[in-house]
Design a protein. Structure first.
Length: 88
């Protein structure tokens, strides 16, 4: 293939990885931060349940799937970028 095609493929895959993975990652992090703030507030007020595990949920199945797809697209972008450099 032409080096320009490899470069275009790398750019498209990189943008796709960002558009698919970033919203899932920020959603997970904001929910985790909110849950952490709730636990700290309840502990500060003295209403936290002692000896109980954290109430944090972790990633949802949809978030996990989107992050895996984004990671696969990012790896594809890196491979396409290497191919661009190898063919040019």
């Amino acid at each position: 293939m032409s080096p320009v095609v490899w470069l275009a493929l790398a750019i498209v895959a990189g943008v796709g990885a960002y558009l698919v993975g970033w919203p899932a990652w920020t959603g997970y992090r904001s929910r985790d931060r909110r849950d952490s703030n709730t636990e700290r507030y309840l502990a500060w007020r003295g209403r936290a349940v002692r000896g109980q595990q954290s109430t944090r949920e972790g990633m949802t199945g949809e978030e996990r799937r989107r992050i895996f797809i984004g990671a696969a697209l990012a790896i594809g972008a890196v491979v396409a970028l290497f191919a661009f450099f190898a063919t040019s």
